[in-house]
Write a protein that binds this ligand. Structure first.
Ligand code: DC
Length: 220
């Protein structure tokens, strides 16, 4: 049976977060960024001095209750030691560390239950990430894959963070390579996914495209 979940996967800065947030708001649904779990763990690992190359240590830390994720309309929030640390996790350097630790199968496995717990049979959820349609929610009702030209993605992220386009493009290319070539749950287009290229579309146009798929009854 299909879950009450719409998944939106895609590479860094393809527009996943903005599209998911706006879609969820306009439908009155919940939204989760699964990247926040990887970013949250990367941040917690960095500040607690964990070894980013030690899979067992990281997967234990992933299950620790010293940190956690809470859904909200505007952002998927991360708490560490009872303090909100969400502002710290969206830097490109935390993204790179997140990508690094997301290579480990045990770490991915440890984060899976908490990600799946965001869905229930009462309310609809928009779940966004790299493997939402393939691994986290293979039974989702609708699967979307967003893509965009690499220059467009670097320009978007650089403008958001006020940093150089060149450096952002380089960091994103490395992260894309790591995310698509890893053995465990690599970024890929899920079977039955609707692929949308966002390079020349604005946020509203992408959200409208996804809504029209929803209203057309989730058919592919
Ligand atoms: O979507 P994001 O940029 O916030 O994700 C940060 C990193 O986390 C990404 O480079 C790889 C990892 N990630 C993942 O492996 N699987 C997911 N479902 C989401 C993110």
């Amino acid at each position: 049976m299909s879950l009450k979940v719409v998944t939106i996967d895609g590479p860094a800065a393809s527009g996943k977060s903005s599209v998911s947030r706006e879609l969820a708001k306009s439908m009155g649904w919940k939204w989760v960024s699964t990247g926040a779990f990887y970013r949250g763990l990367a941040y917690v690992a960095q500040v607690s001095g964990a070894d980013l190359s030690n899979e067992s240590e990281l997967s234990e830390l992933a299950l620790s209750d010293c940190w956690g994720v809470i859904l909200s309309e505007e952002r998927t929030k991360v708490f560490f030691d009872n303090k909100e640390v969400t502002d710290n996790i969206y830097k490109e350097e935390v993204g790179s560390a997140a990508s690094q630790l997301s290579l480990y199968p045990k770490v991915r496995e440890s984060l899976l239950a908490a990600q799946r717990a965001c869905a229930n049979d009462k309310s609809w959820l928009v779940a966004e990430g790299r493997d939402c349609g393939t691994v986290v929610f293979p039974e989702a009702s609708l699967k979307i894959y967003l893509t965009a030209r690499s220059e467009a993605r670097a320009q978007r992220r650089a403008a958001e963070e006020g940093i150089s386009v060149e450096e952002t493009a380089k960091a994103q290319a490395e992260r894309d390579h790591q995310d698509t070539t890893r053995k465990a749950s690599p970024l890929q287009v899920p079977e039955q996914a609707h692929v949308i290229d966002t390079s020349t579309l604005d946020l509203n146009q992408v959200v409208e495209k996804v809504k029209s798929l929803i209203f057309s009854g989730f058919k592919k």
